[in-house]
Design a protein around this ligand. Sequence first.
Ligand code: GLU
Length: 289
Amino acid sequence: MSAALAMPSAVTRFAPSPNGPLHLGHAWAVIVAHDRAQADGGTFLLRIEDIDGARSRPELAAAFRADLAWLGLSWHEVLPQSQRVAHYRQAADALRAAGLLYPCRCTRAEIAAAATTQGPDGPIYPGTCRQHPVAPGPDVAWRLDMAKATALAGPLCWVDERRGEQRATPEMFGDVVLWRKDAPASYHLAATVDDAADGVSVVTRGIDLFRASHVHRLLQALLGLPVPRWHHHAVLIGPDGRKLAKRRDAPGLAERRLAGEDGVALAAALRAGLFDTGICLADTIDLLP
Ligand code: GLU
């Protein structure tokens, strides 16, 4: 194969939110992302997703780095989300200028009461503030007009390395919030802008976030961003069949690290598919949270 046709090596990332300690499920996710980059001589990035100031605990980011080093991993750290708000604002401004965002003052309770359909993230927004526009202000959220956005973008596809070619169907989310009133950009906007800014070429994350990629693919089209590939990996579930969570299941990585457990041996066990008792991998999109 000529050099010009060779696939560039992958840039992957692990993007934890510092609102709770890392647990075994994160260890699995970070190893997948790390090893996917290593497999073709690529680059593995760590990005701290501290966009939600009220829920973020800065001391956890230091613990995350210690956990990753304990697992025997190395990484390159990129800017945390709290330092990228200006980028998100620019992206939101561009979408607003294109007439694709509208202000919304509805509360969760009002939405729950008026909604008639469920989407992947809860009730689909019933469109109240699209049909009856409200004045913009500092205390409004900004929603994407999904019908307008999908019409403008036209048909879109994306590729998951494990599940193949996908037709983007972001309309299943309805008019998602892209700019929040209680925090800056939403997860969808921030993660999409960041992955492009960081040069991520293979977005690795759990299968439970598979559907979010439909929205991210649409945002890439609207914002003229490069389109990566995706690698949605299986996630660890506990004996109750639900996605592993620190509060319900095993001790966190920091606890195990501080108790003197060998992190490199733990990473080797995970790579070999040996999980703690009662824990196994689930590869279905509809996981119980
Ligand atoms: N910050 C997100 C989380 O911790 C990461 C999602 C992603 O990888 O896109 O769930």
